[in-house]
Design a protein around this ligand. Structure first.
Ligand SMILES: [Zn+2]
Length: 138
């Protein structure tokens, strides 16, 4: 924790319209405090918080991640229908999923070409397209 990372975290929360409570600031710091994007799970963020000595429960981590998503500063990516990853980069971009490590990372967006999507059914529109490319060691 540095004064600068606290400042970045607090600004990020204010941008999201979220009150910078102590717990939110410490979790936001772990997410964006160094100015880099990252992908976390609730469990990995909870682990980082424990390492940093932040007094937060796993339930608080879950709730806070949900609040960050609802505020639009985090993007949730679901893998296998149940594993949730949270990405500080909220722009549309493809992901690699490393099956053996259970890790999500960004894939080069400029190499992805989607030529056509199926028509949306009547009465609905396509809200977003998630591209998760699963990787397996050879
Ligand atoms: Zn990403």
């Amino acid at each position: 924790m540095t004064p600068n990372s606290v400042k970045i975290a607090t600004n990020w929360l204010e941008t999201a319209g979220l009150r910078p409570t102590r717990q939110r600031v410490s979790l936001a710091e772990l997410l964006v405090g160094d100015g880099n994007h990252r992908h976390v799970t609730a469990e990995s963020l909870y682990g980082s918080a424990q390492t940093e000595g932040a007094a937060v429960s796993l339930a608080t981590v879950y709730n806070t991640l949900r609040a960050f998503c609802e505020a639009g500063v985090l993007q949730e990516i679901t893998v296998d229908g149940s594993k949730s990853y949270f990405d500080t980069n909220t722009h549309d971009h493809p992901h690699f999923y490393w099956e053996d490590e259970g890790r999500l990372s960004d894939a080069p967006a400029d190499q992805l070409v989607i030529q056509q999507l199926p028509d949306a059914p009547e009465g609905v529109e396509i809200a977003s397209v998630d591209v998760v490319i699963r990787l397996r060691r050879v």
